[in-house]
Write a protein that binds this ligand. Structure first.
Ligand code: HEC
Length: 172
């Protein structure tokens, strides 16, 4: 193989790498767009309703944790888990609309919150206060992570933060 040939090959490889990096950066930037405006009215309505319920449940959970009302922690954690919009009142068409309108990472963040909520319910049943406190913090991380990526049209104050990734669950 001649040096000329080698250098052409090198260029192709380097060029490929540049394209790959550009595509990756592009898709990350492209993903972090507000999702609300892309949803159907029905989906947006369901999501907002879920969010309002989750926020109330989080506030109630906080009070229950700091007062050692474990049954209440378990009940609220379960309620947050069950509010998963993908698992309630969506027709197959709604499901397709949702998947088409939001990036996979959004769905993963939603799923993560709901998994954490299931762990919180478990920590309530275990009467394990340290684990409840830990999981509550991780759940708050997940609210901020999603809002700072996908709801910046409404929550402009969250444009900057990028939270350090914490491993998901505080299970022993
Ligand atoms: C997977 C993404 C995601 C996660 C996780 C998430 N949210 Fe949201 N949230 C949204 C989106 C999207 C909106 C904006 C909906 C719209 O306006 O279209 C929103 C809006 C809200 C609102 C405003 C609702 C209104 O009155 O319009 C509240 C309150 C809220 N979220 C609370 C929370 C809390 C508390 C958590 C964590 C326990 C959380 N959210 C986690 C995506 C998320």
């Amino acid at each position: 193989m001649t040096p000329w040939c080698r250098s052409r090959r090198w260029l192709r490889v380097a060029g490929g790498a540049v394209i790959a990096i550009t595509l990756t950066a592009g898709s990350v930037a492209g993903d972090a767009e507000p999702v609300g405006p892309d949803l159907t009215d029905k989906l947006r309505g369901l999501l907002v309703k879920e969010m309002v319920e989750i926020e109330v449940a989080m506030q109630e959970t906080y009070s229950a944790i700091v007062q050692g009302r474990h049954d209440e922690v378990a009940r609220r954690g379960q309620a947050i888990h069950d509010s998963f919009i993908l698992e309630q009142s969506l027709t197959p068409q709604d499901r397709r609309d949702l998947k088409g309108a939001v990036p996979a990472e959004f769905l993963e963040l939603d799923a993560r919150l709901h998994r954490l909520a299931a762990s919180l319910a478990e920590a309530g049943r275990e009467r394990n206060t340290p684990r409840q406190v830990d999981l509550f913090g991780r759940m708050t991380d997940s609210c901020v992570a999603c809002h700072s990526r996908y709801v910046t049209d409404r929550f402009g104050g969250l444009e900057a933060p990028s939270l350090p990734e914490r491993p998901e669950d505080g299970t022993p």
